[in-house]
Design a protein around this ligand. Structure first.
Ligand SMILES: *Cc1c(COP(=O)(O)O)cnc(C)c1O
Length: 412
Protein backbone atom coordinates (compact mmCIF):
# COMPACT_ATOMS: atom_id res chain seq x y z
CA UNK A 1 0.00 0.00 0.00
CA UNK A 2 1.83 3.08 -1.15
CA UNK A 3 0.98 6.58 -0.05
CA UNK A 4 -0.17 9.04 -2.70
CA UNK A 5 -0.08 12.63 -1.43
CA UNK A 6 -2.25 13.95 -4.28
CA UNK A 7 -5.04 11.46 -3.52
CA UNK A 8 -4.68 12.03 0.19
CA UNK A 9 -5.01 15.79 -0.29
CA UNK A 10 -7.95 15.51 -2.69
CA UNK A 11 -9.81 13.42 -0.14
CA UNK A 12 -9.95 16.30 2.35
CA UNK A 13 -9.77 19.33 0.11
CA UNK A 14 -13.41 20.22 -0.13
CA UNK A 15 -14.48 23.03 2.11
CA UNK A 16 -17.54 25.19 1.40
CA UNK A 17 -17.51 28.89 2.17
CA UNK A 18 -20.02 30.38 4.56
CA UNK A 19 -22.51 31.12 1.75
CA UNK A 20 -21.80 28.01 -0.28
CA UNK A 21 -18.71 29.47 -1.89
CA UNK A 22 -16.31 27.07 -3.57
CA UNK A 23 -13.56 28.47 -1.37
CA UNK A 24 -13.65 28.39 2.39
CA UNK A 25 -14.42 31.60 4.22
CA UNK A 26 -11.76 33.50 6.09
CA UNK A 27 -12.65 33.40 9.78
CA UNK A 28 -11.05 36.67 10.78
CA UNK A 29 -11.88 36.57 14.47
CA UNK A 30 -9.38 36.60 17.27
CA UNK A 31 -11.90 35.35 19.81
CA UNK A 32 -14.88 33.01 19.63
CA UNK A 33 -18.24 33.00 21.33
CA UNK A 34 -19.03 30.35 23.91
CA UNK A 35 -22.76 29.78 23.63
CA UNK A 36 -22.99 28.02 26.98
CA UNK A 37 -20.85 29.57 29.72
CA UNK A 38 -20.67 26.27 31.62
CA UNK A 39 -18.48 24.78 28.87
CA UNK A 40 -15.80 27.49 29.13
CA UNK A 41 -13.68 25.84 31.86
CA UNK A 42 -13.34 22.60 29.86
CA UNK A 43 -12.54 24.53 26.68
CA UNK A 44 -9.98 26.65 28.47
CA UNK A 45 -8.33 23.61 30.03
CA UNK A 46 -7.96 22.14 26.56
CA UNK A 47 -10.17 19.19 27.56
CA UNK A 48 -12.51 19.85 24.65
CA UNK A 49 -11.70 21.58 21.37
CA UNK A 50 -13.20 22.29 17.97
CA UNK A 51 -13.24 18.58 17.04
CA UNK A 52 -14.19 17.19 20.42
CA UNK A 53 -17.45 18.77 21.47
CA UNK A 54 -16.04 22.16 22.43
CA UNK A 55 -15.54 25.17 20.24
CA UNK A 56 -12.83 27.55 19.15
CA UNK A 57 -11.45 29.65 21.96
CA UNK A 58 -8.91 32.23 20.88
CA UNK A 59 -7.01 32.88 17.67
CA UNK A 60 -3.57 32.01 19.02
CA UNK A 61 -4.91 28.62 20.05
CA UNK A 62 -6.85 27.43 17.01
CA UNK A 63 -8.45 29.44 14.20
CA UNK A 64 -10.92 27.64 11.88
CA UNK A 65 -9.28 28.80 8.64
CA UNK A 66 -5.79 27.98 9.85
CA UNK A 67 -7.13 24.70 11.17
CA UNK A 68 -8.44 23.73 7.72
CA UNK A 69 -5.05 24.48 6.16
CA UNK A 70 -3.51 22.33 8.89
CA UNK A 71 -5.81 19.46 7.89
CA UNK A 72 -4.64 19.87 4.28
CA UNK A 73 -0.99 19.76 5.35
CA UNK A 74 -1.66 16.65 7.42
CA UNK A 75 -3.24 15.02 4.36
CA UNK A 76 -0.31 16.08 2.17
CA UNK A 77 2.20 14.49 4.56
CA UNK A 78 -0.04 11.62 5.60
CA UNK A 79 0.09 12.49 9.31
CA UNK A 80 -2.79 12.39 11.76
CA UNK A 81 -2.68 16.13 12.33
CA UNK A 82 -0.83 19.33 11.53
CA UNK A 83 -0.95 22.96 12.47
CA UNK A 84 0.36 26.04 10.73
CA UNK A 85 2.63 28.77 11.98
CA UNK A 86 3.66 32.29 11.06
CA UNK A 87 7.01 31.09 9.68
CA UNK A 88 9.08 28.03 8.99
CA UNK A 89 11.37 28.95 11.90
CA UNK A 90 8.30 29.17 14.13
CA UNK A 91 7.39 25.63 13.09
CA UNK A 92 10.94 24.32 13.60
CA UNK A 93 11.42 25.99 16.98
CA UNK A 94 7.97 24.89 18.14
CA UNK A 95 8.49 21.29 17.07
CA UNK A 96 12.01 21.02 18.52
CA UNK A 97 11.37 22.87 21.79
CA UNK A 98 8.42 20.61 22.55
CA UNK A 99 10.80 17.64 22.66
CA UNK A 100 13.49 18.94 25.02
CA UNK A 101 14.21 20.01 28.56
CA UNK A 102 17.46 21.53 29.92
CA UNK A 103 20.21 18.90 29.80
CA UNK A 104 18.70 17.06 26.88
CA UNK A 105 20.45 16.58 23.58
CA UNK A 106 19.63 16.74 19.90
CA UNK A 107 21.54 15.11 17.09
CA UNK A 108 21.30 17.20 13.93
CA UNK A 109 22.55 16.97 10.39
CA UNK A 110 25.41 19.38 9.86
CA UNK A 111 23.96 20.71 6.62
CA UNK A 112 20.75 22.41 7.65
CA UNK A 113 19.17 25.77 6.91
CA UNK A 114 21.27 28.62 8.33
CA UNK A 115 18.57 29.79 10.74
CA UNK A 116 18.08 26.28 12.06
CA UNK A 117 21.84 25.90 12.43
CA UNK A 118 22.03 29.12 14.44
CA UNK A 119 19.12 28.02 16.63
CA UNK A 120 20.90 24.74 17.34
CA UNK A 121 24.43 26.03 17.66
CA UNK A 122 23.78 29.17 19.68
CA UNK A 123 20.28 29.74 20.94
CA UNK A 124 19.43 26.34 22.33
CA UNK A 125 22.74 25.61 24.10
CA UNK A 126 23.13 29.18 25.37
CA UNK A 127 19.56 29.88 26.41
CA UNK A 128 18.03 26.50 27.06
CA UNK A 129 20.87 24.23 28.13
CA UNK A 130 20.21 21.84 25.27
CA UNK A 131 23.24 20.39 23.53
CA UNK A 132 23.12 19.85 19.81
CA UNK A 133 25.57 17.41 18.23
CA UNK A 134 26.11 18.03 14.53
CA UNK A 135 26.82 14.96 12.41
CA UNK A 136 27.12 13.89 8.82
CA UNK A 137 23.58 12.55 8.61
CA UNK A 138 24.43 10.41 5.59
CA UNK A 139 26.90 8.51 7.80
CA UNK A 140 24.66 6.29 9.92
CA UNK A 141 27.56 5.11 12.09
CA UNK A 142 28.35 8.70 13.00
CA UNK A 143 24.70 9.40 13.79
CA UNK A 144 24.41 6.29 15.95
CA UNK A 145 27.63 7.15 17.79
CA UNK A 146 26.30 10.63 18.62
CA UNK A 147 23.16 9.27 20.28
CA UNK A 148 23.05 9.14 24.08
CA UNK A 149 20.39 8.40 26.65
CA UNK A 150 19.70 12.17 26.70
CA UNK A 151 19.05 12.44 22.97
CA UNK A 152 15.43 13.39 22.50
CA UNK A 153 15.39 14.13 18.79
CA UNK A 154 17.26 13.54 15.56
CA UNK A 155 16.90 16.40 13.10
CA UNK A 156 17.55 16.57 9.37
CA UNK A 157 16.30 18.02 6.11
CA UNK A 158 15.06 15.59 3.45
CA UNK A 159 17.14 17.41 0.87
CA UNK A 160 19.47 19.75 2.65
CA UNK A 161 20.10 23.39 2.15
CA UNK A 162 22.18 24.28 0.19
CA UNK A 163 24.31 21.31 -0.90
CA UNK A 164 21.34 19.03 -1.69
CA UNK A 165 22.48 16.20 0.54
CA UNK A 166 19.76 13.57 0.77
CA UNK A 167 18.93 12.11 4.18
CA UNK A 168 18.26 8.39 4.51
CA UNK A 169 15.01 8.87 6.40
CA UNK A 170 14.21 5.18 7.10
CA UNK A 171 17.72 4.61 8.48
CA UNK A 172 17.60 7.76 10.63
CA UNK A 173 14.15 6.80 11.94
CA UNK A 174 15.50 3.42 12.99
CA UNK A 175 18.47 4.98 14.80
CA UNK A 176 16.26 7.56 16.53
CA UNK A 177 13.69 4.99 17.60
CA UNK A 178 16.32 2.63 19.05
CA UNK A 179 16.85 5.39 21.64
CA UNK A 180 13.18 6.39 21.84
CA UNK A 181 14.06 9.72 20.27
CA UNK A 182 11.89 11.41 17.66
CA UNK A 183 12.95 11.97 14.08
CA UNK A 184 12.08 15.50 12.98
CA UNK A 185 12.43 16.18 9.25
CA UNK A 186 12.33 19.53 7.46
CA UNK A 187 10.70 18.77 4.11
CA UNK A 188 10.77 22.33 2.74
CA UNK A 189 12.84 21.44 -0.35
CA UNK A 190 10.75 18.43 -1.35
CA UNK A 191 7.01 18.77 -0.71
CA UNK A 192 5.08 15.94 -2.44
CA UNK A 193 8.37 14.51 -3.74
CA UNK A 194 9.12 12.79 -0.44
CA UNK A 195 6.68 11.97 2.37
CA UNK A 196 8.98 11.65 5.40
CA UNK A 197 6.24 10.52 7.80
CA UNK A 198 5.58 7.52 5.55
CA UNK A 199 9.27 6.61 5.87
CA UNK A 200 9.37 6.70 9.65
CA UNK A 201 9.70 10.39 10.58
CA UNK A 202 7.69 11.36 13.66
CA UNK A 203 7.39 15.03 12.87
CA UNK A 204 7.58 16.82 9.52
CA UNK A 205 8.14 20.58 9.43
CA UNK A 206 7.81 22.96 6.51
CA UNK A 207 8.68 26.47 5.59
CA UNK A 208 5.58 27.09 3.48
CA UNK A 209 7.26 30.36 2.47
CA UNK A 210 8.95 28.39 -0.30
CA UNK A 211 7.45 25.91 -2.78
CA UNK A 212 4.11 25.51 -1.01
CA UNK A 213 3.41 29.23 -1.36
CA UNK A 214 5.22 29.57 -4.68
CA UNK A 215 4.63 33.33 -4.75
CA UNK A 216 7.40 34.65 -2.48
CA UNK A 217 4.73 36.76 -0.81
CA UNK A 218 3.94 34.93 2.45
CA UNK A 219 6.12 33.81 5.34
CA UNK A 220 4.56 30.65 6.77
CA UNK A 221 5.29 27.26 8.30
CA UNK A 222 3.70 24.01 9.39
CA UNK A 223 4.26 21.19 11.86
CA UNK A 224 2.84 17.78 10.90
CA UNK A 225 2.71 14.83 13.28
CA UNK A 226 0.56 12.66 15.48
CA UNK A 227 -2.67 14.08 16.89
CA UNK A 228 -1.22 13.88 20.41
CA UNK A 229 1.89 15.79 19.40
CA UNK A 230 0.00 18.56 17.60
CA UNK A 231 -2.37 18.84 20.55
CA UNK A 232 0.63 19.11 22.88
CA UNK A 233 2.00 22.03 20.83
CA UNK A 234 -1.27 23.88 21.39
CA UNK A 235 -1.62 23.07 25.08
CA UNK A 236 -2.53 26.30 26.91
CA UNK A 237 -0.09 25.52 29.74
CA UNK A 238 2.75 23.56 28.13
CA UNK A 239 2.50 24.00 24.37
CA UNK A 240 5.37 25.66 22.52
CA UNK A 241 3.23 27.09 19.72
CA UNK A 242 0.50 28.25 22.09
CA UNK A 243 2.96 29.91 24.45
CA UNK A 244 5.62 31.25 22.08
CA UNK A 245 2.87 32.39 19.74
CA UNK A 246 4.10 32.13 16.11
CA UNK A 247 0.49 32.35 15.00
CA UNK A 248 -0.53 32.32 11.34
CA UNK A 249 -3.05 34.92 10.24
CA UNK A 250 -6.23 33.39 8.76
CA UNK A 251 -5.78 35.42 5.56
CA UNK A 252 -2.41 33.78 5.01
CA UNK A 253 -3.98 30.37 5.60
CA UNK A 254 -6.67 31.16 3.05
CA UNK A 255 -4.15 32.34 0.44
CA UNK A 256 -2.05 29.23 0.93
CA UNK A 257 -5.10 26.96 0.67
CA UNK A 258 -5.59 28.18 -2.92
CA UNK A 259 -2.05 27.15 -3.87
CA UNK A 260 -2.02 23.57 -2.64
CA UNK A 261 -4.18 22.27 -5.51
CA UNK A 262 -1.50 23.20 -8.08
CA UNK A 263 1.55 22.41 -5.96
CA UNK A 264 1.98 19.12 -7.84
CA UNK A 265 1.92 20.80 -11.24
CA UNK A 266 4.42 23.36 -10.08
CA UNK A 267 6.80 20.83 -8.52
CA UNK A 268 6.76 18.79 -11.72
CA UNK A 269 7.72 21.81 -13.85
CA UNK A 270 10.36 23.04 -11.38
CA UNK A 271 11.87 19.53 -11.39
CA UNK A 272 11.72 19.09 -15.17
CA UNK A 273 13.55 22.37 -15.75
CA UNK A 274 16.11 21.73 -13.01
CA UNK A 275 16.92 18.32 -14.51
CA UNK A 276 17.28 19.75 -18.01
CA UNK A 277 19.64 22.48 -16.81
CA UNK A 278 21.61 20.09 -14.59
CA UNK A 279 22.08 17.58 -17.41
CA UNK A 280 23.24 20.26 -19.82
CA UNK A 281 25.58 21.77 -17.22
CA UNK A 282 27.08 18.37 -16.59
CA UNK A 283 27.50 17.97 -20.34
CA UNK A 284 29.40 21.25 -20.46
CA UNK A 285 31.68 20.20 -17.62
CA UNK A 286 30.39 22.79 -15.13
CA UNK A 287 30.49 21.40 -11.55
CA UNK A 288 26.81 20.89 -10.75
CA UNK A 289 24.92 19.43 -7.79
CA UNK A 290 21.46 18.05 -8.45
CA UNK A 291 20.02 14.91 -6.88
CA UNK A 292 18.31 14.08 -10.17
CA UNK A 293 21.68 13.39 -11.76
CA UNK A 294 22.71 9.72 -11.42
CA UNK A 295 26.19 10.86 -10.39
CA UNK A 296 24.90 12.84 -7.39
CA UNK A 297 25.84 11.28 -4.08
CA UNK A 298 22.23 11.21 -2.88
CA UNK A 299 20.57 10.13 -6.13
CA UNK A 300 19.96 6.51 -5.15
CA UNK A 301 18.66 7.41 -1.69
CA UNK A 302 16.22 9.92 -3.14
CA UNK A 303 15.12 7.49 -5.84
CA UNK A 304 14.30 4.93 -3.13
CA UNK A 305 12.28 7.39 -1.03
CA UNK A 306 10.47 9.51 -3.59
CA UNK A 307 6.85 9.50 -4.68
CA UNK A 308 6.61 9.11 -8.45
CA UNK A 309 5.54 11.98 -10.69
CA UNK A 310 7.12 15.09 -9.20
CA UNK A 311 10.72 14.74 -10.32
CA UNK A 312 13.69 15.27 -8.02
CA UNK A 313 13.26 18.89 -7.05
CA UNK A 314 13.62 22.39 -8.38
CA UNK A 315 16.96 23.33 -6.88
CA UNK A 316 20.47 22.78 -8.13
CA UNK A 317 23.83 24.26 -7.33
CA UNK A 318 26.82 25.16 -9.45
CA UNK A 319 30.37 26.01 -8.47
CA UNK A 320 31.79 29.00 -10.29
CA UNK A 321 35.10 28.75 -8.46
CA UNK A 322 35.22 32.10 -6.70
CA UNK A 323 32.82 34.41 -4.95
CA UNK A 324 33.44 37.26 -7.44
CA UNK A 325 32.51 35.03 -10.36
CA UNK A 326 29.34 33.97 -8.54
CA UNK A 327 28.37 37.60 -7.94
CA UNK A 328 29.10 38.59 -11.54
CA UNK A 329 27.12 35.62 -12.86
CA UNK A 330 24.03 36.50 -10.85
CA UNK A 331 24.25 40.23 -11.65
CA UNK A 332 24.60 39.47 -15.34
CA UNK A 333 21.64 37.10 -15.47
CA UNK A 334 19.43 39.41 -13.47
CA UNK A 335 20.42 42.76 -14.95
CA UNK A 336 21.22 41.85 -18.55
CA UNK A 337 18.75 39.04 -19.25
CA UNK A 338 16.05 39.63 -16.62
CA UNK A 339 16.65 36.00 -15.75
CA UNK A 340 15.58 35.60 -12.14
CA UNK A 341 16.73 37.49 -9.09
CA UNK A 342 19.80 37.60 -6.89
CA UNK A 343 17.74 36.91 -3.80
CA UNK A 344 17.66 34.40 -1.01
CA UNK A 345 14.73 32.02 -0.61
CA UNK A 346 13.49 29.43 -3.07
CA UNK A 347 10.41 27.82 -4.52
CA UNK A 348 9.30 30.95 -6.36
CA UNK A 349 7.73 30.86 -9.85
CA UNK A 350 10.71 32.85 -11.11
CA UNK A 351 14.32 31.85 -10.58
CA UNK A 352 16.03 32.84 -7.34
CA UNK A 353 19.81 32.64 -7.11
CA UNK A 354 22.09 33.12 -4.17
CA UNK A 355 25.70 32.61 -3.31
CA UNK A 356 25.14 30.41 -0.27
CA UNK A 357 28.40 31.13 1.52
CA UNK A 358 27.69 34.87 1.35
CA UNK A 359 24.02 34.66 2.30
CA UNK A 360 21.83 31.93 3.73
CA UNK A 361 24.71 29.89 5.06
CA UNK A 362 26.77 32.83 6.33
CA UNK A 363 25.67 31.93 9.87
CA UNK A 364 28.19 29.11 9.47
CA UNK A 365 31.84 29.97 10.06
CA UNK A 366 34.31 29.41 7.21
CA UNK A 367 35.37 26.11 8.76
CA UNK A 368 31.78 25.00 9.18
CA UNK A 369 31.04 25.99 5.60
CA UNK A 370 33.97 23.92 4.41
CA UNK A 371 32.84 20.97 6.54
CA UNK A 372 29.34 21.33 5.10
CA UNK A 373 30.75 21.33 1.56
CA UNK A 374 29.75 24.93 0.78
CA UNK A 375 32.37 26.34 -1.59
CA UNK A 376 32.94 30.11 -2.02
CA UNK A 377 31.72 30.12 -5.65
CA UNK A 378 28.69 27.93 -4.95
CA UNK A 379 25.50 29.40 -6.40
CA UNK A 380 22.20 27.86 -5.34
CA UNK A 381 19.59 28.13 -8.04
CA UNK A 382 15.89 27.62 -7.43
CA UNK A 383 14.75 27.35 -10.99
CA UNK A 384 11.53 29.09 -11.97
CA UNK A 385 9.09 28.18 -14.70
CA UNK A 386 8.45 31.55 -16.31
CA UNK A 387 9.36 32.05 -19.94
CA UNK A 388 10.32 29.58 -22.63
CA UNK A 389 12.74 27.01 -21.31
CA UNK A 390 15.07 27.16 -24.34
CA UNK A 391 15.24 30.96 -24.12
CA UNK A 392 16.10 30.59 -20.45
CA UNK A 393 18.84 28.08 -21.18
CA UNK A 394 20.34 30.35 -23.84
CA UNK A 395 20.47 33.17 -21.27
CA UNK A 396 22.02 30.90 -18.67
CA UNK A 397 24.64 29.65 -21.10
CA UNK A 398 25.48 33.20 -22.12
CA UNK A 399 26.05 34.10 -18.46
CA UNK A 400 28.32 31.07 -18.01
CA UNK A 401 30.39 32.29 -20.97
CA UNK A 402 30.37 35.83 -19.59
CA UNK A 403 32.13 34.69 -16.39
CA UNK A 404 34.40 32.25 -18.18
CA UNK A 405 32.83 29.12 -16.68
CA UNK A 406 32.60 27.70 -20.19
CA UNK A 407 34.50 28.79 -23.30
CA UNK A 408 32.90 31.40 -25.58
CA UNK A 409 32.69 28.82 -28.36
CA UNK A 410 30.85 26.16 -26.31
CA UNK A 411 27.46 25.19 -27.62
CA UNK A 412 25.07 23.38 -25.34
C1 LIG B 1 13.45 29.04 4.52
C2 LIG B 1 13.71 27.80 5.26
C3 LIG B 1 13.41 27.70 6.61
C4 LIG B 1 12.88 28.86 7.42
O1 LIG B 1 11.59 29.20 7.01
P1 LIG B 1 10.95 30.68 7.22
O2 LIG B 1 9.60 30.51 6.63
O3 LIG B 1 11.81 31.64 6.49
O4 LIG B 1 10.94 30.93 8.68
C5 LIG B 1 13.62 26.49 7.23
N1 LIG B 1 14.11 25.44 6.57
C6 LIG B 1 14.43 25.50 5.25
C7 LIG B 1 14.97 24.29 4.58
C8 LIG B 1 14.23 26.67 4.55
O5 LIG B 1 14.56 26.74 3.26
Amino acid sequence: MSFDPIRSLAAVQHEFGEHGGVNMSIEASTTFTVMDAKTMPAIFAGAVGPDTGGCYLYGRHFNPTVYVLGRYLAALEGTEAAYCTASGMGAIAGAVFQHVRPGDEIVSARTVYGGTHALFEHFMPERMGVTVRFVDATNTDEVRAAMTSRTKAVYCETVSNPTLTVADIPALAEIAHEREAALIVDNTFSPLIVSPAQLGADVVVHSMTKFISGGSDIIAGAVCGSRDFVTSLMDPHHGSLMLLGPTMHPSAAFDLSLRLPHLGLRMREHSARALLFAERLEGLGVPVWYPGLPGHEGHERLARMMNPGFGMGGIFGIDLGARDAAFEFMDYLQNTHRFGYDAVSLGYFDTLMSCSGASTSSELSEDEQRAAGIRPGFVRISIGYTGDVEDRWAQFEDALKHVGAIPRSAAG
